[in-house]
Design a protein around this ligand. Structure first.
Ligand SMILES: Nc1ncnc2c1ncn2[C@@H]1O[C@H](COP(=O)(O)OP(=O)(O)O)[C@@H](O)[C@H]1O
Ligand SMILES: [Mg+2]
Length: 380
């Protein structure tokens, strides 16, 4: 499995960030075969990773997959068991947290409850012995950047969750770190606020052009915010690519099912020519795109996203004959559960509906199809 971002993935991300698409950004963080063990637990397992400068990169993966441990090794709170961490071209071995060009924002703000907002934001500057007048000016600037100038003298106990998180971000930015590490900073907030703050963080990152390394287990958050996503599982990097590529071209079943929904069907590869595979599922032959060489007879998986499955009634053709087993109206879309006639194959399809559109009832006979290129063969 690939663990480094391909050039394509980087350029796709760059154009989103408004950075020139022709010059991939330089890596500001480079991990080489980094592992971290806690006793018998392998929290991070042989990770090779490059984080491009000035991008918004997200570490995404299920709870316990090693995201926090990876961030803590960058911040200097943990040392790798093996491997090297380089930041800005410097080996970070033995460099304490306060000497690293990074700052971290935690899920639970970690603000000093007895200091007010501006004192919290100034704290790092005072420890670095920045004279008070310039510390104050810089702290005010950080508050302004985060749109919370009005909270300057507020006590921490008087802040809402969203305000507290803005203060935490301002405090982390006041030292002008080269890299801002954010560990699930929105996880404690309610859904609506989370959505709003996503956009604020994204705007902030683009304005400052600071490298953001953002951790989340929320795939929607990752897709919406990131130039590129590092998908992790079991301490390993599974795929590092742009949001679009991760969604449209996942490299394995885990990636296909962790991001969004996917129909994943076991199949046998019959032949491959020019990146198009003919596969057999339960006696039915289907076509799917395949990347790279796939030997004939290989057991593999075919996947297709529910919203790419088109349904129609009547007509002839090579499409699959399906029967609706259940239908759920979910507002803008209808979700259908289908079985392919005379087989055990089950599919889920999502269809946009407009006012007045008919919804196919359970038992309806339909034809399901997808565009060539919407179904892919996955080998693992
Ligand atoms: N200090 C520690 N001591 C022992 N085990 C740890 C420690 N920190 C993390 N782990 C273990 O390492 C694995 C990865 O944890 P973590 O990096 O926190 O994952 P994530 O942030 O993705 O949820 C988990 O199995 C966790 O229990
Ligand atoms: Mg964590």
């Amino acid at each position: 499995m690939s663990s480094g971002a391909s050039t394509d993935a980087l350029t796709a991300g760059s154009s989103l960030a408004g950075v020139s698409a022709t010059t991939p950004a330089q890596a500001v963080v480079r991990l080489s075969r980094v592992s971290k063990r806690f006793g018998k637990v392998v929290a991070v397992d042989e990770v090779n990773l490059e984080i491009p400068q000035g991008h918004f990169t997200t570490l995404l993966g299920p709870s316990g997959c090693g995201k926090t441990t990876l961030l803590r090794m960058l911040a200097g709170f943990e040392e790798p068991t093996t491997g090297t961490v380089e930041i800005d071209g410097r080996d970070m071995r033995g460099v304490p947290p306060e000497r690293r060009p990074v700052n971290m924002v935690f899920q639970r703000y970690a603000l000093f409850p007895h200091r007010n907002v501006i004192e919290n934001v100034m704290f790092g500057l005072e420890s670095a012995r920045v004279p008070r007048p310039s510390a104050l000016a810089r702290a005010r600037e950080a508050l302004a950047t985060c749109n919370i100038e009005n909270l300057e003298t507020r006590r921490i106990s008087e802040l809402s969750g969203g305000q507290a998180q803005r203060v935490a971000v301002a405090r982390a930015l006041v030292n002008r770190p080269k890299i801002l590490l954010l560990d699930e900073p929105l996880a404690a907030l309610d859904v609506k606020l989370r959505r709003h703050l996503r956009f604020e963080l994204r705007r902030l990152q683009q304005e400052l052009e600071t490298t953001f390394l953002y951790v989340t287990h929320d795939q929607g958050e990752a897709l919406a915010m990131s130039d590129s996503i590092v998908l992790m599982n079991g301490g390993r990097v599974i795929q590092h690519s742009s949001s679009r590529e991760l969604y449209d071209a996942p490299n394995c079943v885990f990636a296909a099912t962790f991001i969004g929904e996917a129909n994943v069907l076991s199949c046998t590869v019959r032949s491959v020519a020019q990146d198009v595979a003919e596969v057999v599922i339960d006696g039915i032959t289907m076509r799917a795109s395949a990347r790279g060489p796939v030997p004939e007879g290989t057991q593999a998986h075919l996947y297709v996203r529910p919203e790419r499955v088109a349904l129609r009634q009547g007509g002839e053709g090579a499409d699959l004959q399906v029967t609706v087993t259940d239908a759920a109206f979910e507002g803008g879309i209808v979700r259908y559960w289908l079985t392919v006639r005379d087989t055990q194959i089950e599919l889920v399809a999502e269809t946009m509906v407009r006012a007045g559109d008919a919804i196919f009832p359970p038992g309806a006979s339909l034809q399901a199809s997808w565009e060539a290129g919407e179904a892919h063969v996955l080998l693992e």
